[in-house]
Design a protein around this ligand. Sequence first.
Ligand SMILES: [Zn+2]
Length: 539
Amino acid sequence: MSFEVRERDLMGRIGILETKSGKITTPALLPVVNPTRLVVPPSSIRRMGCECIITNAMITLKRLPDEARSRGIHGALDFNGVIMTDSGAYQLMVYGELDINQEDIIRFQEEIGSDIAVILDVPSGGAKNREEAEEAVKETLLNAEKSLSQRRRSDILWVGPVQGSPYPDIVKLCAAEIGKMPFNLYAIGSVVQLMESYSFDVLVDVVMAAKQNLPLEKPVHLFGAGHPMMFSLAVAMGVDLFDSAAYALYARDGRYMTPYGTQKFSELKYFPCSCPICLEYTPQELIKEPEHEREKKLAIHNLYVSLSEVQAIRQAIIDGRLWELLEARSRSHPSLLEGLRRLCGYSRYVAKFNPSIKKRAILFFSSESIKRPEVSLHLEKLEKLPRPDEVEVLVILPEPSSRPFYRSKERRILERSLNLSEASKRKIQFAFKSSFFGLIPEEVEDVYPLSQHLGVPDILYAKEHIASAAYTFIERHDYKLVVFPVENDQEDEKIEEVCRRKGIVLTKIQLPEKGRKKWKKLGEALTEIMKCTHPEYTT
Ligand SMILES: [Zn+2]
């Protein structure tokens, strides 16, 4: 088995996973197929471009054991792609104790020729408290350990389940332990309740707790991912595979999926979709179809929407625009926005995996945008940026109107009005205020994406952002003098505070509101200041 990563964005990746029935491209959605109730035939799912499906080994064993054994799971389901079987842990949770043990279910998955198979885990999702969740993890780990000697086929990809949800600290322990065992894939379980209650913030903590403690090179599956509007969030956290029964469950309830939410089919006057079903029927026509036909066609539509969202995510990874997609989707529901905000808290960690250079400029839309990993990485680098040897003075400059700032007309006006010797100029370090990156020292402005971005600054957040970046930058470096144009109180207070604390002389310059005059005056004022503080270097 091999898992080869081809492209990356955030923690998301496009990979090729090799199985005994062929290769699949990840991130991949595995539609859940109930072997006893095929709403959409697996062969039709295959024709929709889907490379893999997931079915339940426990139900297959109970309801069609002979057929599955004699024809294999691929023959029984008439699907010539990749088939993953879930052990049936979810049934264990819903129906309580089952009279099947782990060895039986492992053997059965081997007999029917699953491509990807799961050991018998104990879901923590049904736990009433922490103790029960810990107990579920203990049993899961015990099963995982035992499975190593119970497995006979080595051409099957074995999945090590991570339980402990909704408690991130228990998930962390489980992931760290099971991550040491030789599994081909790992899967995060017991998140369905979090999805159903729209607790996307907790979901982020759970998935990140698992991802931070599992081997990085192994693919990770998320059980029960549900609605397409959250797929991008899962992929951004490094989830490579996910299954969903939602397309069929929603269809049964007459719910019509869109990438940004769900609508009651009966309330639709128009179909906002161009899949074959929505092109062939109007809602008025489809509602007249017999119930089972309507359910099937709605399920097909829901599946198209889910699969095309996966395609959109893959393309976003190639374009380096996964964060932008994530922000767009997070506007579908307030709970998803909460999920994104929680992910912002992991921005520095995510930055470790995010490519340092992308093909396209990055886009800023909101206060969440300034928490994206590129910004976190820049702020982290600012703290460590060495101060050029001769520099004694930090001059913070207003934000020019064009990028790169050092080539802007404002910066050129400033340069022309500076009447200083070269030796004197070498004493000065210039840093521009940036609504998106906080503070950009002039000498690093060519580093991606400090000049390669577009955005609409959120004035409220920008001031705080600049103030905090300037504070940290001054705190980490030793200057004799900081020169600072007065623009707003928030920045003033922060910079005054840090200069006072570090014993740095601070000179504030009052500037006209706008235009050329502002930059000309800045150059003149700076010339005067340098003549007073560094007379030996001035002309
Ligand atoms: Zn459609």
